[in-house]
Design a protein around this ligand. Sequence first.
Ligand code: HEC
Length: 145
Amino acid sequence: MIKIKTALIGMLLFILVPPTQASEKGIITESGYSEVMLDLVNNMQNILFGIMIEDYGQVSNIAEDIAYHPGPELEKRIALLNKLKLEAMTFKLHEDRVRQNALKLMKAADKADRTGTLKQYANLARSCTECHITYREKVRSFIKK
Ligand code: HEC
């Protein structure tokens, strides 16, 4: 419940804070996503471990963590979305896809459904990769060192 609340507040802030405030000169020195992504890949590894030892409680908890994972700091996120311009929409759709697939994985794990859990794990991993195909290098190219 608390996680859902945090996610909602995050979303609300995102709607309320005017984008121009964040990225003054449009220069970004980091995407803000690096740490977020390292957490995510850690979670994916721990889920896989959970599947292998058939600890579906663990799988379900971590899948929920992925679904409601905190994003980068708001200011960094807004700066990046500004850089992406119209593509910000698609970028956010990829984030939504990950959230939905993580929740499906959570539900399959809650039922201790072996086949379903494996299937949803694969779908979740695919939704990570689908964003990377388009955006990993692109986002990196925005970063001025
Ligand atoms: C909405 C797009 C998007 C989604 C969805 C996404 N990623 Fe990423 N990911 C990125 C971007 C952009 C980068 C590059 C960030 C940077 O270099 O600053 C990245 C980088 C990474 C990296 C490399 C981090 C590094 O510091 O080199 C890992 C690992 C990673 N993502 C894992 C995941 C996992 C696991 C998932 C799914 C649970 C996922 N990502 C979902 C956009 C996404």
